[in-house]
Design a protein around this ligand. Structure first.
Ligand SMILES: [Zn+2]
Length: 224
């Protein structure tokens, strides 16, 4: 390869932008393990009570009580279609700490497992983070896809306590596989770990105030 060709080749190398955030952590998102199953039969999109009957997008979370889930080494896990499931121990943690406004429904065929859905909403900054809302449906107002849940708190939203369990306003993901993003207080995350709950993964939620967004060009495609 001639030196000129080499230069051209080098210039044409794919590149992408990586964004890093630096700031004050005000809460955490809580993710679980994979439950390695679906709440509703894979591929089933008609007569699902949790989806719009016209466009089949996820609308609200209604668990399938007859689902059979085998518990792994976790106290919280998510199904492939976006449902959170918790163990008896996780339930006891919630009761012991008097958290309110949580929806917990026993899954009759999956002994000791419960569907879990916090009802209080935590406001995030969708615009600043660049969440993508793709193809709004006329039938129900849902989007086909809501991609990239923000990691930044909405500017005007005030956190009243550092011990809470809430969720973001939207269901995230694609079509009939969307699920909530659970957000917990900084104190709550510590309590969950101290209680010995397993399979918890936390990610930072930043305050928009004083947040530094650092963009860096790197080699390789960034899939967004
Ligand atoms: Zn619809």
């Amino acid at each position: 390869m001639s030196i000129i060709n080499w230069f051209v080749k080098k210039k044409e190398k794919p590149h992408g932008i990586v964004t890093n955030y630096k700031g004050n952590v005000v809460a955490w998102t809580l993710h679980g393990e994979d439950a390695d199953c679906y709440m509703y039969e894979y591929g089933k999109s008609d007569d699902r009570p949790d989806c719009c009957q016209f466009c089949n997008n996820s609308l609200i979370q209604i668990p399938n009580k007859g689902v059979l889930i085998t518990r792994g080494k976790w106290d919280i896990a998510a199904t492939y279609d976006g449902y959170y499931v918790i163990s008896e121990k996780f339930c006891n943690f919630l009761k012991d700490n008097n958290y309110s406004n949580l929806r917990i429904i026993p899954l009759e065929r999956s002994k000791g497992l419960y569907f879990f859905d916090p009802m209080d909403l935590f406001a995030l900054d969708y615009e600043l983070y660049g969440t993508k809302f793709i193809n709004k449906r006329e039938c129900c107002g849902s989007y086909d896809e809501v991609i990239r849940p923000p990691i930044i708190k909405a500017k005007d939203y005030k956190i009243e306590s550092n011990d809470f369990i809430m969720k973001a306003e939207y269901l995230f993901g694609s079509y009939n596989h969307k699920g909530p993003v659970i957000i917990v207080g900084t104190e709550t995350a510590k309590k969950m770990k101290a209680y010995g709950l397993k399979g918890l993964y936390f990610e930072k939620i930043y305050d928009s105030k004083g947040l530094k967004i650092i963009k860096k060009e790197v080699e390789g495609f960034i899939l967004d």
